[in-house]
Design a protein around this ligand. Structure first.
Ligand SMILES: N[C@@H](CCC(=O)N[C@@H](CS)C(=O)NCC(=O)O)C(=O)O
Length: 255
């Protein structure tokens, strides 16, 4: 489980429940256990409601099974941005630091996590499936610009009957084609079969957008969106996003 270390504003959703009083011996044992288990990895993120790349990086880290601390940077915090520059020259999130390594691109994070947690199944074991997985993950990383700008991630919002801008439709059509082919080839419920992997982390924020903006999908793709939303990690992220205080007005209106 990740440990939250907020940089400036503590995310309320991550506050832990008050614990029952413990004896001093029990507290000592607990302190040692906490010290031994302190995560060596730190994942820098911004908004849980709006930052789709943060969600991708966080899902990858959770799928990998590594222990990590979250460091939250408010999107409008100039000082925090300066600190981020020391970690990520791109001044973008997500950024992972781990045992001297700094990794600041989602695909690079996936590759790095796969190296340190090779048995977590972040990438398919089969060479041909792995090539397919990298190809569609790369397509997400570098493409679908119209979809990303026309339908920004906003987990708190729901815009039923949203009118999709025609420029975004080819992106939606291509994603439907990718998902339909994967689900038919590997048998679902995830893109590469029974085990969720890098590709599911890459496309998870697309599933949320399709639901937020009421995008009409074929039954296989609609089912895939539900599979993504039902993942326990996704539920945890959504719960934290829903109580985040930051609001970006332009993204909250029905446009
Ligand atoms: N393809 C990049 C995209 C990273 C990205 O665009 N991150 C956004 C957050 S959603 C960001 O940090 N934008 C700069 C900002 O918020 O100021 C990656 O894989 O990490």
């Amino acid at each position: 489980m990740p440990v939250a270390t907020p940089a400036k504003r503590p995310p309320k959703a991550l506050a832990s429940k008050p614990a029952a009083p413990k004896s001093s011996v029990a507290r000592g044992v607990e302190r040692k256990a906490v010290a031994a288990a302190a995560p060596v990895a730190q994942l820098t993120l911004s908004s849980k409601n709006y930052s789709s790349w943060s969600l991708r990086g966080w899902l990858l880290a959770r799928f990998s099974g590594i222990e990590f601390a979250e460091s939250m940077i408010a999107p409008d915090d100039v000082d925090a941005r300066r600190e981020l520059l020391l970690l990520a020259p791109s001044i973008r999130v997500p950024c992972l630091t781990h045992e001297g390594a700094r990794v600041w691109n989602t695909l690079a994070i996936a590759q790095y996590l796969n190296e340190i947690a090779p048995h977590a199944g972040l990438m398919p074991a089969d060479r041909i499936a792995r090539a397919h997985c990298w190809s569609i993950s790369g397509e997400m990383n570098s493409g679908f610009v119209n979809l990303r700008s026309a339908l920004p991630m906003n987990l708190k919002a729901h815009f039923p009957k949203h009118k999709i801008w025609a420029g975004a439709q080819p992106d939606i059509d291509r994603i439907v084609e990718i998902w339909t082919e994967c689900l038919a080839t590997y048998g679902g419920p995830y893109l590469f079969g029974a085990q969720r992997n890098m590709a599911d982390a890459m496309y998870a924020p697309v599933a949320t957008r399709f639901l937020t903006y009421d995008v009409k999908l074929n039954p296989a793709c609609a089912g895939y969106c539900q599979t993504i939303m039902a993942m326990p990690e996704m539920q945890q992220w959504l719960a934290a996003a829903k109580v985040e205080p930051e609001e970006i007005d332009e993204l909250d209106m029905d446009f």
